[in-house]
Ligand binder design. Structure first.
Ligand code: G3H
Length: 501
């Protein structure tokens, strides 16, 4: 184990013994859950205790529902009726306070989810930028709608209004950025929110609690801790939730919707699984394609919804592609998040290496091989990325969203093969297409844009920049997120009309 730099050492556990409800940081004296990092602080491997969080239940969940419901007060609350300029002030105060927590949050991001220092810093900075951009976009939206128009003798002023209480649940791979990409537009549009941090990446919210408490009126933001089943279920069952904003798994999204007694009241803003393919055509620039497929499939160990989760390589270039791709995979450095030049890092879910191993075993039992020398090497908290070839539809890795370090490769002869597979798939987020000949690529793009929501030419899939729409077809998303679209997803058009009489 490499020495942990002093600034990143865990000196004492963070005991999170308050929760935010109705504008108050209330003391928690009930049962708690320990938060462990899979990263070791000692020579002999042992998970590191980072702190504890409250283990809450129905009582606290309903307390948060009541607070949020009262803050909305059927649209008459202080927050939904507040002047735009004042809501913006609250948000500006919040982001100013948030910026002072950067080093604490970045340190916790590294320990809690194993994200490299550079990527953790990027996640924090990107989130701050997202908040500023959201404020600007909200100003524009408002300026554009602040006038009357007259059509067929009717004067109207069309604006966007809040919907009501939002339940916000983010993912562990971007516990700050993706959660805030839901929470911030939801709040700025005048909705009160109940937010439960992700399973991993929960303590990093602690440095922000005081900013949330002091910058928003009471009940506007309520933060609960605990398991989804114990906390989110009663919130949904209350029937008071107007928007379910969730980035994560479609099974949990469906289970939560099912708890709501009035489903048509519930608006959904969901970012779900994906199985984004890369298609490498015979004339692709191989250096470029390989580099993009490495970052696409393995940045943050493949734990991104936008990761390339299956590679389709044309059979005429497969041998060369596999040889060069596997060499690059084996050259990736594994280490702790603060180590210089590291690209692969410990997996935050302790059961993940065993799951990836299962996928490898299943594929190899059905005829695939691990074609890179280091593939599948097991560590205490990691499994080295395995490149599997040739993969077929009988294998679990073809169907399951691996969300981790394993790269399945298939070959194709006719482009219709990957296109048919994409059409059959339950997912439809993005694709990466590698090739040079414009005459081949142009008609392919026309087909691909009808199968997924973003076609990346000669580049890996990704969510950003946040000005562009982030969505998906089929089981990959409900609603669209971007700075501009999120404001619309979290609001409804309402207008005042009068006859010219
Ligand atoms: O987990 C899914 C994220 O939206 C991916 O975002 O493409 O910026 O890594 P990213």
């Amino acid at each position: 184990m490499n020495l942990i730099p002093e600034e990143f050492q865990i000196i004492s556990p963070l005991i999170q013994d308050t929760y935010l409800v109705n504008g108050e940081l209330k003391k928690w004296t009930g049962p708690t859950t320990p938060v462990y990092s899979t990263i070791s602080s000692t020579e002999n491997y042992a998970p590191t205790l980072l702190g504890t969080i409250p283990f809450m239940g129905e009582t606290e969940a309903l307390e948060a529902v009541k607070a949020a419901d009262e803050a909305f007060n059927n649209g008459q609350g202080l927050w939904p009726t507040m002047k735009v300029v004042d809501r913006i002030k609250c948000m500006e105060n919040f982001v100013a306070q948030m910026k002072t927590t950067r080093s604490e949050v970045v340190k916790l991001l590294m320990w809690e989810i194993g994200k490299s220092q550079g990527d953790s810093e990027k996640e924090f900075d990107r989130t701050v930028e997202y908040i500023y951009d959201t404020i600007e976009s909200y100003k524009e939206l408002n300026a554009r709608s602040a006038h009357f128009s007259k059509v067929q003798g009717i004067y109207a002023m069309v604006r966007r209004g809040p919907l009501g209480v939002v339940l916000c649940l983010g993912p562990y791979n971007y516990p700050l950025n993706e959660t805030f990409s839901l929470l911030i537009p939801a709040l700025i549009m005048g909705n009160p929110a109940i937010f439960k941090p992700a399973k991993h990446g929960v303590l990093l919210i602690s440095p922000l609690l005081e900013a949330f408490r002091s910058c928003f009126p009471k009940g506007v933001i309520n933060i609960l801790y605990g398991r989804g089943r114990e906390v989110a279920t009663p919130v949904m069952k209350s029937g008071k939730v107007d928007i379910l904003a969730l980035i994560g798994n479609s099974k949990s999204a469906i289970a939560l919707q099912d708890q709501h007694p009035n489903k048509n009241r519930l608006r959904l803003v969901l970012g779900l699984e994906a199985k984004n393919p890369a298609i490498i055509l015979p004339d692709a620039d191989l250096d470029l394609a390989i580099q993009e497929c490495i970052t696409g499939s393995l940045s943050f160990n493949g734990q991104r919804c936008t990761a390339l989760k299956i590679l389709y390589v044309h059979e005429s270039i497969q041998e060369e592609f596999n040889k060069r791709f596997t060499a690059k995979v084996d050259a990736l450095a594994f280490g702790n998040p603060w180590e210089k030049g590291v690209s692969l890092t410990p997996l935050p879910e302790k059961e993940k290496p065993a799951y990836i191993q299962e996928l490898i075993n299943d594929a190899t039992a059905k005829g695939a091989k691990v074609i890179n020398a280091k593939g599948g090497q097991l560590y205490d908290n990691f499994i080295f990325p395995a490149v599997l070839f040739p993969v077929n539809k009988g294998m679990r890795v073809y169907h399951e969203e691996q969300f981790g370090p394993v790269v399945p490769i298939m070959t194709f002869k006719d482009i219709q093969e990957p296109l048919n597979d994409m059409a059959e798939s339950n997912y439809g987020q993005q694709v990466s297409l590698f090739g040079k000949d414009i005459k081949t690529i142009a008609p392919l793009i026309d087909t691909l844009v009808n199968l997924v929501s973003r076609v990346n030419l000669n580049s890996s899939c990704q969510r950003g920049p946040d000005v562009f729409p982030f969505t998906g077809r089929k089981d990959s998303a409900v609603g669209t997120l971007s700075i501009h679209d999120a404001l619309r997803s979290f609001s409804i058009r309402t207008f005042v009309a009068s006859k010219d009489n």
